[in-house]
Structures are given as structure tokens and as C-alpha cells.
Ligand binder design. Structure first.
Ligand SMILES: Nc1ncnc2c1ncn2[C@@H]1O[C@H](COP(=O)(O)OP(=O)(O)O)[C@@H](O)[C@H]1O
Ligand SMILES: [Mg+2]
Length: 469
């Protein structure tokens, strides 16, 4: 627009070309002017005679005619803090270098991917802020598990943080296998890590827990015993628990029947009726328990829960391991506990005593685990599918494609620190695009996740196509 030649309206045009900055607190900024604003999440450089700041836009408003207001957080500041009163400034989009300084971090091994809006700019993880709980969310097929694998590879490569993966879909059973053709600079360090994959069928690395190691409460959960309703049998269990450890699985029933008391007989019948002796998870006399492996704190321990058909067996393993970690919490040995498909292990409404016990333990770790170095990363399709006592304890968020407006609203209310307009963009995300926000990344960012170095198990089944025609 040019000022009119006769001078009429020139002042108004002049004013509309001027941009104003104000900053009530020196941390947030607000610029008003008639320029084309960047997207929410984008970065601006705002410059006056005294001040040069890099700001991330968190809110945009139209303020009449072709004026806009962009407001957000000051990320970097040179010179004097901006005055609390509006002052005229120049505004331009930040260069890739300036944005990279704000979001990439210094260790390229920690790069998760690249900014979706600026593909030259990598986005890095802040490793020392992984000591928080993390919520990982996106609808089915949005790329959650793949992206989670990217994060785990970065953690394995660049940090000493041990990871435990509860893997109900057998998606991480190849975390110890790098993909053919991977860059040796990347695959080398990963191949050097101690990654233990425990699977039901494996003789060398079996996935087991020992029933005898379980607490009385957890044994009762496996046996579906309520301490009050089933007090007689529960009491028999307490009395006879010691003798279980002295006998092999083949002796359990004879021992109970031989005890000669009606309570022991009832307990034996319960075990028979539940088909517990056929479970491979428990009663494993002399095999290595998953807890023995975990006590060594390998770089990663993957529990292939998906290898067990029965949900109750998956829960028994999870309970044995989580109980053990909780029992030893005062040792304060750091561990990132990753729960993929977390709705299986910590739904709001658990159905069986085992389900309740696992869920309650996870809720407890969410509430109190941080100070003991037990950090959760729970991944699921919808926020409502995981117990609120877990999500509300999460500081870090990764959000992949999600079209449901009510789910996005729920996330906005839980993760108040994430700009709402960035959350809304999740409805348009493509495969592998993720909003990452919270202390584990420098700034809330929309990232196109990088490629994996290890293989993902359980990828989608491709639709068979015809070669002819
Ligand atoms: N960034 C990516 N690049 C290439 N393929 C991907 C990417 N993310 C996911 N995929 C593939 O898309 C499919 C769905 O991803 P997945 O991670 O299993 O989704 P979700 O766990 O959300 O259901 C899988 O076959 C996976 O290998
Ligand atoms: Mg998945």
C-alpha cells in the first residue's frame, strides 16, 4: 500500500505499517501490526533500538482490518528487556539458524526429527529432562509406536538411561536389530548397547516371573482372592506361601491336597479351576525371572507381553515386574518404564483383580515414582483410555494425528502449557508428524519424526495388490 498522493489518510497508513511490541513481564511478548503472521508455533525476531528478541508465537488474533496480534514466549533476548508499554519495532521471521539455536540442542544424536514447517531445523530431546512422566498419544496408525522407537533409539544412543518396555504388541522385539543399510555411525553405537528382549517362547531369554516372588497381595490378585470376601482361602494362601517356594510347580497341587485342611483344598481347586498351572508366566521354578534381568539394568529390557495370548498372563508379568521395581524404589536406580498400548495395563476401569493391581501400581508410580527415579512413558490412542491419575502426572507430551475434537479438548485441559492452536493442528497431521511439548524438548514443536535405525516389529499388514493389469 502507498500513501495517497494528496496526503489524505497518510497518517493512518503510516500508523498501520508500524508494529508495536509490549511485554508486561519481560518473558512473554505481544506484537501488533499489519504483517502476515507466522503459524502458531513459528518464531519471530522483534527488533527495536534497544532490544532484539526471538519469540515463539503461541496465540494469534485478528485485531481489525489487516492488523494482527501475535503473542507468545520470549525465547532469547539481546539488549534491554522490552518495555511494558508498546513501542514501535521491526518484525521478521526468524532464520533457520535462529530457530535451530532454540530447538535443536547441541547433541545431534538426540535429534528426534525435523521441524515440519522448517525441514532444515532438527529438533532435539533435552536428555536431562527425561526425569518426568510422558504421555504419548495419537490415533491408531498415526505412527506412535514407530516414533516411540525413534525416541528409544536416541536414548540408547546418547544417554545412560536404562529403559524397560512393556510391549503388548511385540512391536519392540527387534530393538536389538538394526535395519539393513543403516548408517554405521548410527547403528554401531546402538549395536553396542545391552538390549535384552525377553519372550515367552525363548529358552535363552524367557519372559517369566516367579509366583513365589510375588507379594501376598499380588498372589491373591493372580488367584482372584479378596482378602475380606475370601478370607479363609486368603489366609490359607498366607500360611502356605512359604511351602510353595520349597516345591516345584508339579508339587503345588499335591502339597495343597496333602495339607488336609478344607481351606487348602479350596485353594487347590481354585488353582485348578483358573487353569493356573498351565500358565507359563508364573510358577517358573528355576528359570530366570524378568526381575533378575532388570536388576542388572541393561540399557533396554523389552518384555514381549504380546507373546502371551492371555491378558491375565500379560498382567501377571507386568505386576511381578512393577511390584519388584516399587519394592526396590528406595535404591533410586533410574529407569524409564515405557508402556505401549497403555490402555491394556492402566485403563480407567480395570476388570479383574489382576488388572486392578497393575493399574493401581502404575497410578502409584505416576504419583510418587519420580523421586525414586521411576519415570513412566505411557502411549495410547485416546486420553480417556488411560487412568486420569496417570495422565495428569505427565509433564511431557507427544501428540500424533488426532482428529477427535473432544480428545483434543481433553488434552488441552490437561496440558495447559501447550499452546491450544498447536494441539488443534494434530487433526491435520500426516504419518510420523508429532507435536512434542514439555520439559523434554526445548520448545513446543511440530516434528516430522526421523527414520528408525532398528526394526519395528508388528508393522501394518500391506494390502495384497495384483501385479497384472
Ligand atoms: N515416520 C515413519 N516413517 C515411515 N513409516 C512409518 C512412520 N511412522 C509409522 N510408520 C509406519 O506406519 C504404520 C503405523 O505406524 P505405528 O507406529 O504402528 O502406528 P500406531 O502405533 O500409532 O498405531 C507402521 O507400519 C509403521 O511402520
Ligand atoms: Mg502402536
Amino acid at each position: 500500500m502507498t500513501p495517497s498522493s494528496d496526503g489524505s489518510g497518510a497518517d493512518q497508513l503510516e500508523e498501520r505499517r508500524t508494529t508495536f511490541l509490549d511485554s508486561p513481564d519481560g518473558r512473554s511478548f505481544r506484537v501488533r501490526g499489519s504483517w502476515i503472521p507466522p503459524r502458531v508455533g513459528g518464531f519471530l525476531v522483534v527488533q527495536s533500538d534497544e532490544t532484539r528478541l526471538l519469540g515463539q508465537v503461541e496465540r494469534l488474533e485478528a485485531s481489525g482490518r489487516d492488523e494482527h496480534v501475535a503473542a507468545g514466549t520470549i525465547v532469547a533476548l539481546d539488549g534491554a528487556p522490552p518495555a511494558p508499554v508498546p513501542s514501535p519495532v521491526d518484525v521478521h521471521r526468524a532464520s533457520d539458524e535462529e530457530v535451530a539455536a532454540a530447538v535443536s540442542g547441541t547433541d545431534r544424536r538426540l535429534h528426534l526429527g525435523r521441524l515440519q514447517a522448517a525441514p532444515e531445523v532438527p529438533v532435539g530431546v533435552v536428555a536431562r529432562k527425561l526425569n518426568r512422566h510422558t504421555f504419548w498419544c495419537g490415533q491408531s496408525g498415526s505412527g506412535k509406536t514407530y516414533a516411540l522407537g525413534v525416541l528409544l533409539e536416541r536414548i540408547l544412543t546418547a544417554t545412560g538411561l536404562p529403559v524397560l518396555v512393556l510391549d503388548p504388541n511385540s512391536d519392540f522385539v527387534h530393538l536389538d536389530t538394526t535395519v539393513p543399510g543403516a548408517d554405521p555411525q548410527e547403528s554401531g553405537p546402538l549395536a553396542a548397547r545391552d538390549v535384552q528382549v525377553l519372550r515367552p517362547e525363548s529358552d535363552e531369554h524367557p519372559l517369566r516371573i516367579r509366583f513365589t516372588d510375588l507379594s501376598a497381595r499380588s498372589k491373591a490378585a493372580v488367584l482372584r482372592l479378596d482378602p475380606v470376601v475370601d478370607r479363609v482361602e486368603y489366609n490359607a494362601l498366607l500360611q502356605l506361601s512359604a511351602s510353595f517356594s520349597e516345591h516345584g510347580v508339579a508339587d503345588v497341587l499335591p502339597t495343597l491336597h496333602g495339607a488336609g485342611t478344607p481351606e487348602a483344598t479350596m485353594l487347590a481347586q481354585r488353582i485348578e479351576n483358573l487353569g493356573l498351572l498351565e500358565w507359563r508366566t508364573v510358577w517358573s521354578d528355576h528359570t530366570t525371572s524378568a526381575t533378575d534381568v532388570l536388576d542388572r539394568r541393561p540399557s533396554a529390557t523389552v518384555l514381549d507381553l504380546g507373546g502371551y495370548d492371555q491378558q491375565e498372563e500379560q498382567l501377571a508379568i507386568a505386576l511381578g515386574v512393577l511390584d519388584h521395581l516399587w519394592e526396590h524404589r528406595s535404591e533410586r536406580r533410574p529407569l524409564l518404564i515405557v508402556v505401549d498400548e497403555a490402555h491394556n495395563l492402566c485403563p480407567p476401569e480395570a476388570e479383574t483383580p489382576l488388572g486392578v493391581a497393575v493399574r493401581d501400581r502404575l497410578v502409584q508410580i505416576a504419583a510418587e515414582g519420580r523421586k525414586y527415579g521411576l519415570w513412566l512413558l505411557v502411549s495410547t490412542q485416546r486420553p480417556s483410555k488411560v487412568h486420569p491419575g496417570i495422565i495428569t502426572q505427565c509433564d511431557n507430551l507427544t501428540l500424533m494425528r488426532m482428529t477427535s475434537r473432544s480428545d483434543l479438548e481433553q488434552l488441552a485441559s490437561i496440558f495447559g502449557h501447550v499452546p491450544g492452536a498447536m494441539l488443534q493442528q494434530a487433526a491435520q497431521f500426516r504419518l510420523g508428524e508429532a507435536l512434542v511439548a514439555g520439559p523434554f524438548v526445548p520448545r513446543p514443536s511440530i516434528v516430522q519424526m526421523r527414520d528408525r535405525v532398528t526394526e519395528q516389529g508388528g508393522s501394518d499388514v500391506p494390502v495384497p495388490l495384483r501385479e497384472d493389469g
